[in-house]
Design a protein around this ligand. Structure first.
Ligand code: ADP
Ligand code: MG
Length: 314
């Protein structure tokens, strides 16, 4: 199958939107953002063996390659609109491509984000996605807005994907719920949209909670105190001993939850916003004067993470 037949196979299945003047098929796409909105753009690459185990199913890779980008849009409070997909494939395998596109377009349809272009080349398996979203002028939630005294919140639960990955490496039997968190993360788009106007800062948790919260602190020129005993754990994760579970929750990565900060007087509004988005939320600490993230155990002593987060080229 040629490059063009592969592209035709993708084009035949892509959804469309009214704000697409020209989609897949020309030298470039033409899009029409509404005048009252700002365009929010993000890109993420997934490489085989680095971002997903080599044996991952094509549908799961397709889903995840879009999910990680939607998670970035969610963290900005943006409404997903359009995306591009650049595929480097070791061979022309229509069956693999169909599975991949199934996963990618399944998630795309759920968030009404349209695939409007991309590139298809031969090479080691690698997937690069660019996602574009829309926010009302000036209303995006950024990393640099955290204020001393803010509550620190996190959506959902932490550590499931890290537990799944470790179990895979160890060859251990794997809980299905944990496996889903690793292979099919659900980006918190609805919650991100509802937090606009309430959260002072937000980041999505991809490299580990403490590391990502550290980015908020750096950009906002503040410090953070996190109560380790408050980090939310799923029922599946609670079956692991705290000595294993807590490092995964604090630093494991691949969670794709939102960590955000907001004034304590907005607690009720935030509860309501998260309820509307059918998203659980937990308060895990507070923003303080100073720099850096301090993790505290139940006795108020400083807790040292064995590993702060995943760093490429470290
Ligand atoms: P060009 O040589 O001008 O870059 P291509 O042959 O690479 O054109 O692509 C033809 C059309 O197909 C373009 O509109 C491009 O955006 C689209 N396209 C190519 N690969 C993909 C892909 N993997 N997913 C979605 N659209 C793609
Ligand atoms: Mg091209």
């Amino acid at each position: 199958m040629s490059e063009f037949e592969l592209i035709d196979r993708i084009r035949a299945r892509a959804i469309t939107r009214d704000d697409i003047v020209l989609g897949i098929g020309d030298d470039a796409a033409i899009l029409r953002p509404p005048p009252s909105k700002q365009l929010v753009v993000t890109a993420d690459t997934l490489n085989a063996g680095v971002h997903f185990p080599e044996a991952t199913k094509p549908g799961d890779i397709g889903w995840k390659s879009l999910a990680v980008n939607l998670s970035d849009l969610a963290a900005m409070g943006a409404q997903p609109a359009w995306c591009t997909l650049s595929l480097s494939l070791p061979e022309s395998d229509p069956e693999w491509l169909d599975g991949f596109i199934d996963g990618f377009l399944d998630l795309a349809a759920r968030h009404d984000i349209a695939l409007v272009g991309g590139d298809t080349t031969r090479g080691p398996l690698s997937i690069a996605v660019t996602a574009m979203g829309l926010v009302d002028n000036g209303s995006a939630v950024r990393r640099d807005g955290a204020k001393v005294g803010d509550d620190i919140w996190v959506t959902g639960t932490l550590g499931d994907a890290a537990a799944a990955l470790q179990s895979l490496f160890a060859g251990a039997a794997l809980d299905r719920a944990l496996r889903m968190r690793l292979d099919r993360p659900a980006p918190r788009v609805a919650a991100g949209l509802r937090l606009v106007g309430l959260a002072n800062s937000c980041i999505d948790v991809s490299d580990g909670l403490l590391a990502d919260l550290g980015h908020i602190c750096e950009r906002s020129k503040v410090g953070a105190e996190v109560e380790i005993s408050k980090l939310p754990a799923s029922p599946s994760l609670q079956r692991f001993a705290p000595a294993m579970r807590i490092p995964w929750q604090a630093g494991g990565g691949d969670d794709y939850e939102l960590c955000f900060t907001a004034a304590p007087r907005l607690r009720d509004e935030i509860r309501q916003a998260l309820d509307f988005a059918e998203t659980p939320g937990t308060r895990i600490g507070r923003i303080v004067a100073g720099t850096g993230v301090k993790a505290l155990d139940a006795e108020g002593n400083e807790w040292q993470p064995p590993q702060a987060g995943y760093v490429h080229f470290a």
